[in-house]
Write a protein that binds this ligand. Structure first.
Ligand SMILES: C[S@@+](CC[C@H](N)C(=O)[O-])C[C@H]1O[C@@H](n2cnc3c(N)ncnc32)[C@H](O)[C@@H]1O
Length: 114
């Protein structure tokens, strides 16, 4: 039996315990984990942000196959300069991200207001 990655991640299980409205999946890669986040936060809006254009393309392709998942979108952007107003999200999620950042994770933390 094949379990989709978004169902297998314990972190997402923890998020489902939270009463949160909308979320941002930072450094979302191909969007697999962010997809799971969107399923759990539905109908809350979720945006996946990824700096690699190809990742965003793949994520959007996958999303087109899930027409009922209307609360999710993907954006090509740098997490150090997120293109959102302050306080746009209740939760910011980054899976397997910090160790892949070219610059300080603290700069990222400051950019999301932590
Ligand atoms: C190991 S992958 C994790 C992908 C996804 N979160 C997952 O767990 O499947 C790390 C991702 O972070 C992205 N990334 C690294 N620096 C970034 C930045 N400054 N802004 C946005 N994405 C970034 C990379 O392009 C890569 O897709």
């Amino acid at each position: 039996m094949v379990v989709p990655a978004y169902k297998a991640h314990g972190e997402l299980g923890a998020i489902s315990q939270l009463d949160c409205g909308c979320g941002c999946g930072c450094g979302c890669g191909l969007g697999t984990i962010t997809l799971g986040l969107a399923v759990r936060l539905r109908p809350g809006r979720v945006v996946g942000v990824e700096v690699a254009e190809l990742g965003v393309e793949w994520a959007r392709t996958r999303l087109r196959r899930l027409p009922t998942l209307k609360n999710l979108s993907f954006q090509n952007a740098d997490i150090y300069a997120l293109p959102f107003e302050d306080e746009s999200f209740d939760r910011v999620f980054g899976h397997a991200l910090l160790e892949h950042l070219a610059e300080s994770p603290w700069r990222f933390a400051r950019s999301i207001g932590s």
